[in-house]
Design a protein around this ligand. Structure first.
Ligand code: SAM
Length: 197
């Protein structure tokens, strides 16, 4: 089973390494600034970010709309990609807050870190790890955000257990994701494809 999980992760990493380095090659799923606009992000937020952030945006919704982010909060962005939601959240929490972005794909994290430098943000840090093994203390985070990631994780229960562990009591879990509805056949799933195929 572990081998199977690692094979799934390998395919996903290859896909997102490509979306980091050559986003224009993604033809199957909507990505980029136009997609963010359709998902309800404020156009000013989108335009305020460099193209090197927006071009690799691969979210499926807007987790920041689920509840306001407050100044001074500690945010964890699971599956940060090139940093789109993280950089918007960093502005909302301000210098007294902090955003930690985690991702398992090295190429995405390199891009996110280059983007952090470009934006001159001191309240953002990135860590390379699995969502299933979050390297943070228990009860250390006010809000978890995540956009289009849980559906890609082969061990969803582990991710949720880790999320619960690192959230402070009363912390918020604000995620946007895709899920299968009841009654969708395996044939239909195969026809629509997945992020990693
Ligand atoms: C659909 S993209 C979304 C990226 C970002 N949230 C955004 O909205 O642009 C999914 C991201 O999650 C990362 N990812 C997928 N599975 C992961 C896992 N098990 N642990 C850590 N990161 C993972 C991928 O490397 C990729 O960068």
């Amino acid at each position: 089973m572990a081998e199977n999980h690692n094979e799934i992760r390998k395919m996903i990493k290859e896909r997102f390494a490509r979306i980091a380095k050559a986003p224009e090659t993604e033809k199957k799923f909507p990505i980029g600034a136009e997609s963010a606009k359709r998902l309800g992000y404020d156009p000013q937020d989108i335009e305020g970010l460099p193209t090197s952030v927006t071009e690799s945006f691969a979210g499926v919704g807007n987790p920041l709309l689920l509840d306001p982010i407050h100044e001074g909060e500690i945010i964890l962005d699971i599956g940060v990609g090139a940093g789109f939601d993280t950089f918007i959240a960093a502005r909302l929490v301000g210098p007294s807050g902090k955003v930690i972005g985690i991702d398992m794909t090295g190429e995405m994290l390199t891009k996110a870190e280059n983007n952090r430098t470009k934006l001159g943000l001191k309240n953002v840090e990135f860590r390379k790890c699995l969502a299933e093994e979050i390297p943070l203390e228990d009860e250390s985070v006010d809000v978890i955000i995540s956009n289009g990631v849980l559906n890609l994780c082969p061990e969803k229960e582990k991710v949720l257990t880790e999320a619960y562990r690192v959230l402070k009591p009363g912390g918020r879990f604000q995620i946007a994701d895709i899920s299968l509805e009841d009654g969708v056949s395996q044939e239909e799933v195969a026809k629509l494809g997945t992020w990693s195929d």
